[in-house]
Design a protein around this ligand. Structure first.
Ligand SMILES: C[S@@+](CC[C@H](N)C(=O)[O-])C[C@H]1O[C@@H](n2cnc3c(N)ncnc32)[C@H](O)[C@@H]1O
Length: 375
């Protein structure tokens, strides 16, 4: 084995051992112990394979249909998805979207970070550039093992652990994160009450939830997306559900989170520059002389447009921040923990319990979907 591979194994091993106390069996909620390349619940009833390179598999066959569609989809398109992100115009426009997110983060130190639907670890990449300091470590979680492999290759440091699991059923202990990020994942999750209840549970009191997602409050985008989602052979309309302001605010509030920031960004240029998955012409833009300069100017115009009072909610993406209220002095962690148990939505009747098999099952996904998404 090459030295680099041995080093990577040692890092992921240490990362896993370091966060083991924060991991829980997603079915029973029990702590886990390690037996070689398996994690076992305390009562010994549930076992989870640790796949190469050190990625525990908690939801090989997820319990929700939407999660299974997404898993098959991203397992299939992961290499192309990662390749598209380095197109010059995509990078430049993404830098504008990142600025909007960094603005929302401001001087808040990230602390211990959870990135849900992390893909190749987009938030972890961004946090490296944070003025308020790099995160004190974190856990990246995604349903797609192929996306996680890409992520773990880019983060060989032991501060970050990547786990395969469903964002609606987190294999994590209560109150472990100072900050949770979701960048382009919420709109793929249909059961948002369950998702936000889980985010509330794993955040420490006073912790923050940052998200950046497609938003559909402007009629033109709503119409355009509904057409594209239905016509595109590469997208699945059932698992592409951009946010709406009133709905999302109500869902977050129901989960106990307080929305403290909502700003839309991205306008006309976004449609052309950021949809390399749907538009072939987008990929060809890289050949256009001066595309970097053009994209920079287009991003500035978009930013100006969504700054106009009558277009304030008309952006294609939203950057939002929700806060978990600080703990009250009369409430002990034990009381809070029992409250989490009572609000954690049960697995709906009739749906399959998560299946905990081995990684080889990923080679035969139940539902096949093709092409990247995130429009
Ligand atoms: C648009 S991608 C964004 C990923 C990341 N922000 C990036 O750019 O690399 C959406 C990600 O959400 C993941 N995902 C979708 N549904 C999920 C679920 N129920 N639980 C966990 N991950 C999920 C997909 O596998 C995919 O990696």
């Amino acid at each position: 084995m090459a030295q680099a591979a041995i080093d990577q194994d040692a890092h992921t091993d240490r990362a896993l051992d370091g966060v083991l106390p924060s991991l829980r069996c997603p079915v029973s909620g029990q702590p886990l112990r390690r037996e070689g390349s398996t994690l076992v619940s305390l009562d010994g009833r549930h076992r989870y394979t640790i796949a190469d390179p050190g990625i525990p598999l908690f939801a090989v066959r997820p319990h929700l249909q939407a999660s299974r569609i997404q898993q098959a989809h991203y397992d299939h398109i992961a290499p192309e998805y990662v390749r598209n992100l380095v197109l010059p115009h995509t990078r430049i426009y993404a830098a504008y979207l990142d600025e909007v997110l960094l603005d929302a983060i401001g001087a808040d130190p990230p602390g211990f970070v959870g990135e849900l639907c992390c893909g190749r670890g987009e938030a972890f990449h961004l946090l490296r550039t944070l003025a308020a300091g790099v995160p004190a470590g974190g856990i990246g979680l995604d349903i797609s093992q192929a996306m996680l492999k890409a992520a773990s290759g880019e983060f060989p440091r032991e501060e970050f652990l990547f786990i395969q699991a469903d964002a609606t059923m987190l294999p994590l202990a209560d109150e472990i994160f100072d900050t949770v990020f979701m960048l382009g994942g919420i709109h793929h999750v249909n059961d948002r009450d369950r998702l936000f209840a889980e985010i509330y549970r794993v955040l420490k009191p006073g912790g923050r939830f940052y998200f950046r997602e497609p938003v559909n409050d402007f009629f033109l985008w709503r119409w355009l997306r509904s057409v594209v989602y239905r016509l595109s052979p590469t997208l699945d309309a059932e698992t592409e559900r951009p946010l709406r302001h009133h709905q999302t605010t109500a869902q977050l509030t129901r989960a106990g989170l307080e929305v403290i920031h909502w700003r839309t960004c991205g306008f006309l240029a976004y449609c052309i520059v950021m949809n390399s998955d749907v538009l072939l012409v987008n990929r060809l833009l890289r050949l256009l002389p001066g595309i970097r300069r053009i994209t920079r100017a287009a991003a500035r115009i978009d930013d100006w447009a969504v700054g106009l009072p009558f277009l304030r909610n008309a952006g294609l993406q939203v950057v939002g921040v929700a806060r978990k209220p600080p703990a009250t002095s009369s409430e002990s962690p034990r009381i809070r923990s029992s409250r989490y148990r009572s609000i954690r939505p049960p697995i709906p009747a009739g749906v399959q319990r998560p299946h905990f098999g081995d990684a080889s099952e990923l080679e035969q996904p139940e539902i096949s979907a093709t092409g990247p998404s995130g429009a």
